[in-house]
Write a new protein. Structure first.
Lengths: 439, 342
């Protein structure tokens, strides 16, 4: 096991602000906004109408396509509107707005009783019912992951790398809900019929490692893997490489090398649903950043506006320059703080200055730091010049589509080039052109 | 909560390292101060004034060029300072000051700025300028004995006197088939290692340049690939093929510690703009530099081959990067070719 991968960068992890802050429950807001699309795949289809009364845990939008996940009401109350609302992805997305009646009335919950004997198929169905998506940020529906893994994989890896700076939500879950986490891992492991499951954690999370080690004495089939602290250790492909030494071929899924990957928060959510019948309603979100007065880890209802989280963290020390959904390396910059927490949100960050140095003059000095940093073994400096010259054939030749947009090249560039930013656009254009050619 | 100001919405990443071009160049300048101290120790204060004249000329030409072509001023990135220091380091202490000014003009204006400035030039500016200055061979190849040169004028031309002892470099002696430690102006291995021998002001002290190399590698300014491949190739070739009946180890050691090899391998062959960015490309580049250096030292009419070897390899950087791309993640190195062959 290499415990490492080639390339990567070492930004300051900035986790000190919230590392020791226990998860606090944020009271439900007076209104939640639930976008029908908070996962990869087709949008869910609303099954409630304006004016309907809903209970907590009630399905308000159904998964009608294969790659999709249902959405549940996270407060009880009345459906106030079904209309496009700002989404953390920067666009307006059809959303179900529910006004909270603060009655906290729940739908009837049905826990699964045969915990230890459920099959992979059954677990997949349960995950679909729970509305589970990958909670690490990518938000890929979990039932598809589980079902496509049945009989094909020999290794389950729980991703506890949490390599993005500032974010401590998974770290706090490991510390505070370790038993639940291990129970969730065992459910998935048994359902998939695997001998062992790996829990992979970056070496900078010492307390979590110690804590889980103690708990794991009762679980002979679980293995703890301590990985080198390096960004992007939590990238699926690089995590698999660090744990198993296997490389996922370009364009393939982890199952191609016999691995299924699940995030810490996802494993906890699986245990929650199977044991109590509660679908995915809450998210642990780290609220941090240089502009935040009192950084915190909060347990919030999905659909809560960012502004409520920022208020709970004591507001701003000064006017923020940037508000992010997610970490500083791959998170999305927000136009407004009225967007809701969605299933994939693991952090809300408010940064007070131009930490991106976006405005400095750009010049490539050919230092090669981007080449050394690229975990996908690409040549970012050449890709950049080809992208600027619109030379798509050369970009294809240099495997631009392998780029995982982790931001390591841009982070380390002393010439301040907007490398990742350029590749995102060029990649989309290249894929579009290849599609056109294929037709 | 309400916000007063417009939020900045830019694509990720939203975080960048503090280390910019300027801080990298500053690290190189710090590393260059190691050999500068030795240059002043061995050749007197004139080594410092030469360096200052060269640096100031480089900054001035860069500023003037950018001003006349109405481009943003780039002297703040400190790359001109590095070029200026390297140019002076590659010349003997007897070099007239006006030669340095001409060299600075050639390096900055012709080699660097006309090709688009920092990062765009395809040859190392200081080395190309030195190659150009060979137009005045008699003025840049007068070597004096170190430690005896304290009487040299700070700015004026050096005139031979009883205090200025003109001598031969260790490499010139080796070319003539004489062990540097033998005969007149003896240079022992220890002398060659610490720099007590005739040569260009910045190149003589191998030990200090090695220390500077460690500094640069620790600070992650350079990667060890090029210097290790370069020095390794010279070591292997000279060890395997000693000349003039000198024993293998002694011959190899003199070849490693004499002339511009250390300065070239650590500071010139690692120049960002003119060396490959791929790890394998860097290694092949270093091996090429080493092989050409030995070929020139063995068979050329010059005693030293470092600058030309690096300049020759500079022209192949693009080819090397293209030919030695890193292995694609998730694909075995020869998998693609095997597939195509089917």
């Amino acid at each position: 096991m290499p415990r490492n991968f080639r390339g990567g960068v070492h930004p300051d992890d900035m986790k000190k602000f919230t590392r020791d802050k226990a998860i606090e429950v944020l009271p439900a807001p007076s209104e939640v906004v639930l976008p029908v699309s908070m996962h990869i795949g087709a949008p869910a289809v609303p099954v409630v109408a304006v004016g309907d009364a809903v209970k907590i845990g009630q399905v308000v939008a159904e998964a009608q396509a294969a790659v999709c996940a249902p959405i549940h009401a996270t407060v009880s109350g009345t459906v106030k509107a079904i209309e496009p609302r700002p989404h953390p992805n920067g666009t307006n997305v059809m959303s179900i707005v529910i006004e909270n009646d603060f009655q906290e009335s729940w739908v009837e919950l049905t826990p699964t009783d045969n915990l230890h004997t459920i099959s992979g198929e059954e677990l997949g169905d349960l995950c679909l019912k729970a509305g589970l998506v990958g909670l690490g940020g990518a938000a890929f529906p979990v039932h598809i992951k589980i079902k496509s893994a049945i009989g094909k994989v020999d290794t389950l890896i729980i991703n506890g790398a949490e390599c993005e700076p500032y974010i401590t939500s998974d770290y706090r879950l490991m510390l505070e809900r370790g038993e639940k986490l291990l129970a969730g891992v065992e459910i998935v492991r048994k359902a998939l019929g695997l001998e062992v499951a790996h829990i992979a954690i970056e070496s900078n999370k010492r307390d979590a490692i110690e804590h889980l080690k103690k708990l794991m004495q009762l679980y002979p089939n679980l293995k703890l893997d301590v990985l080198r602290t390096k960004y992007p250790q939590g990238s699926e492909k690089h995590l698999i490489y660090a744990v198993t030494g296997r490389e996922v071929p370009p364009g393939e899924l982890p199952s191609a090398v016999g691995v299924v990957n699940i995030n810490i928060a996802t494993a906890v959510a699986i245990a929650d649903y199977v044991e109590t019948g509660k679908p995915l309603l809450h998210k642990v979100v780290t609220v941090s950043g240089s502009a935040v007065a009192n950084p915190k880890n909060l347990l919030v209802r999905i659909g809560t506006p960012f502004s409520a989280l920022l208020d709970a963290a004591g507001g701003m020390l000064e006017e923020p320059h940037t508000i992010l959904a997610g970490g500083p390396m791959m998170g999305m910059a927000q136009h407004s703080i009225d967007v809701p927490v969605i299933k994939g949100t693991n952090a809300v960050l408010a940064l007070c200055k131009d930490e991106n140095k976006f405005d400095e003059e750009q010049i490539c000095i050919r230092c090669g730091k981007c080449v050394a940093a690229c975990p996908m073994n690409l040549l970012p400096n050449y890709l950049y010049s080809y992208a600027k010259a619109n030379r798509y054939e050369d970009l294809d030749q240099l495997n631009l589509t392998d780029c995982i947009e982790c931001g390591a090249c841009s982070y380390g560039c002393p010439g301040r080039l907007h490398l990742t930013q350029t590749f995102k656009t060029a990649k989309r254009e290249l894929i579009a052109r290849k599609k056109k050619k294929g037709e | 909560m309400e916000l007063q100001k417009q939020l900045r919405v830019a694509p990720s990443p939203h975080l960048k390292t503090e280390d910019g071009t300027r801080s990298i160049m500053l690290d190189v300048i710090i590393a260059l101060c190691f050999p500068l101290v030795m240059a002043v120790y061995f050749f007197g204060w004139r080594a410092l004034t030469m360096t200052l004249v060269s640096v100031c000329s480089c900054i001035a030409f860069e500023w003037l060029y950018r001003r006349f072509t109405k481009k943003s001023s780039t002297i703040g990135d400190l790359s001109a300072v590095v070029t200026g220091m390297l140019l002076a380091f590659n010349l003997p202490v007897t070099t007239p000051m006006w030669i340095l000014v001409i060299g600075a003009f050639f390096a900055i204006v012709i080699v660097k700025q006309l090709y688009g400035g920092l990062g765009k030039n395809f040859m190392n500016p200081a080395l190309a300028a030195r190659a150009f200055l060979i137009s005045w061979p008699a003025l840049i190849t007068v070597w004096v004995k170190p430690l005896a040169a304290k009487a040299l004028p700070l700015f004026g031309n050096v005139v031979p006197s009883p205090d200025v002892i003109v001598t031969a470099t260790p490499l010139a002696k080796m070319k003539a088939g004489i062990l540097p430690a033998a005969g007149e102006f003896s240079v022992t291995l220890r002398d060659a290692f610490i720099g007590n021998c005739a040569g260009c002001i910045g190149e003589v002290s191998a030990v200090v340049i090695l220390a500077a190399a460690i500094y640069l590698i620790v600070r992650k300014v350079i990667r060890p690939h090029v210097p290790v491949a370069y020095l390794g190739t010279v070591a292997v070739l000279t060890f395997l093929f000693p000349m003039h009946g000198i024993d293998n180890l002694t011959w190899m050691a003199y070849n490693l510690f004499s002339g511009g090899l250390m300065l070239g391998a650590v500071f010139m062959a690692t120049d960002y703009a003119t060396s490959p960015v791929t790890p394998m490309g860097k290694i092949v580049f270093g091996i090429g530099c080493g092989a050409i250096t030995v070929l020139i030292r063995y068979f050329g009419s010059y005693a030293e081959g470092v600058s030309y070897s690096i300049l020759i390899m500079n022209t192949m950087v693009w080819l090397l990067d293209k030919s030695f791309r890193p292995r694609r993640f998730g694909v075995k190195r020869f998998a693609k070719k095997a597939k195509e062959a089917k």
